[in-house]
Design a protein around this ligand. Sequence first.
Ligand code: IGP
Length: 281
Amino acid sequence: MDKLTEIMAWKRREIAPLVRPVSLGELAALNARLPAPPSFAAALRRADGKTAVIAEIKRRSPSAGAIAENASAPAQARRYQSAASAMSVLTDHKYFGGTLDDLRAVAAALRGGDSEVTSDKWQVAGDEAGGAPCPPIIRKDFMVHPVQVAEAREAGAGAILIIVRALDDGEIETLHAAARAAGLDALFEIHHEDELARALRHGARIIGVNNRDLSVFKTDLALSERLIPQFPRDVIAVSESGIFTGADAARVRAAGAHAVLVGEALMKARDPAALIRELNG
Ligand SMILES: O=P(O)(O)OC[C@@H](O)[C@@H](O)c1c[nH]c2ccccc12
């Protein structure tokens, strides 16, 4: 069994006790009750000719092993905040050492230390108030059911991940509709031409090429170079994984990437904001 299949089997078991019917109406009501998160799509488009950086918080991974086991998620988010366009928070615990509480804590830290999601704190802490920018957050997990979408919205995310290879068409349709109802963007992750076609059939607006093959863990930026030029022009293109230097980011940008998603290099960097600026180009 390859690693992604193993992780998905585990994830389905892990969430089984939480699974209940979650209607689009419930998600729309949740969205209406909570303050709107900053837009993930807009943040990736807004990079003024530079490569947007989605800075990831990841303590360990099946491919790299321990990366920064004892990192504090909100402290790391604050180190990223001045430079990153968006953040990615791994919430899978078994394989990546993250939790949903990490997402809550990061959202609170970015809003300015307040953990209550009851008022319009996103805007207050954001650019217009002259404070630090408030980057949107993607919940990075193996999404299979709308109950995880509700959790993401409640915890302060602005987007979810849909791994095309890991899901059937019915699941993708359900997750995408759930994300829209909850006011969240969806990053569709692909590794192959056929998955690009599937993502587009589902109306994907943001598509990420994972340069790491999740079944064998080999990373190759050539995958972005092959797939991103095939994206329709109006799709936001993200290159994910295996990006360490400004030269790596420039390489995928030349292929058409609007944004890069970077975890390990930033978790290990002494000055992550400086590395983000290097990746911006
Ligand atoms: O640490 P890296 O090589 O910079 O990779 C970041 C990110 O792309 C990677 O963590 C990732 C991409 N897709 C995923 C899906 C699940 C978990 C993790 C991921």
